[in-house]
Ligand binder design. Sequence first.
Ligand SMILES: Cc1ncc(COP(=O)(O)O)c(C=O)c1O
Length: 379
Amino acid sequence: MNNYRIPRSLVHLTHRDMRDDIMNRFEHVLLSEYSVGAHLAGEKLEHEFLKYIGHKYVTGVHSATMGMLIGLRAVGIVQGDEVITVGNSDISTTAAIHNVGAHSILCDIKIDDYTIDPDKVEALITERTTAILPVDMYGHPSDVKALRAIAEKHNLAIVQDAALALGATDHGLPIGSYADVVVFSFAPLKPMGSLGNGGMVATSSTEIHRSIYLLTGYGHAGGFEGMELGHQDHIDEGYNVPIDPFQASLVSTKLPKLSEWTQRRRAIVSMYIDKLEGPGLHVPTFRPTSEPTFRCFTICVQDRGRVLRVLRDNGVEAVLHYVPPVYRQSVYKDTVLANFELPVTDEVTNSLLCLPVSPELSDDQVLQVIQIVNDALAS
Ligand SMILES: Cc1ncc(COP(=O)(O)O)c(C=O)c1O
């Protein structure tokens, strides 16, 4: 039971407001003929989702974790390859890289917006580098246009982890437009959450899409032209990870509200930026060409443990995404990941604090959070 006065998510209020629409969709999945209800829910969402992104094809998947694994395989990453990514992501990023047999090469981030520093990428490229995997941490767009230029020069693929960034734009384009493959998450606390797991993988390459589609459904060739009706032939060794129909229908119901909720997230963050103040406070800043979304608002403070304790004691569910950074986690302690030196990532992860940005929060609740932080910083 969550006893926070100001929790990090108030999505249940939205679900209550949308109850009739949601229940109708769930009923449709449950009670329609299988091929109309359950089978088509994912396809319906895929069709609708295309309006929100800058790519030609999408595939609904079980989670962003699986989406990244499949995306890496689809662009041709294999055993022994090196993939340049960041150290301040969810473990699913490095796990996806390692699960295809590749190595993670960690690049430091920018202090401004906590995303990969394109100026530090080229120094990490070797003859084994085959891809860059930028992460739009907290919903802040990585500078993928700059990475694109590097990728073109060195013949690298870009698989973008936009798990937290649906609704953001960069250079006026939907997030992910400069990547070969972009991956979104519908896990519950993401900017567009379902109730369980879900994700979407997008690309504009027919060949990559075909591979993603195959890998999502066991590698079964059915559905592609030229295949014999009813056959069971598999042309790849894939996974069984399509998006669940109930999660797909929930996301379908909510998707038309994405823009409104993104605006509200930005308005909440504007209040934080305007009014947070105190010694040792760092707030992120963004490239003028990018319009972030916000899963939370991540500030850096000195004496983070004390400020977090004050917030929690006052009923605010502030959290630490993601601390420690992956290369300092137990699972990697005896691996080469533990040897990377990433001073900016260390600085950020030693002091970051994520404040709530649920679009359902009232201005008054945001002001309360601000007051608590400012008081804690001043004391
Ligand atoms: C940056 C980032 N990438 C990927 C993921 C994995 O997403 P999913 O839970 O859909 O597998 C997460 C989950 O929190 C995340 O924060």
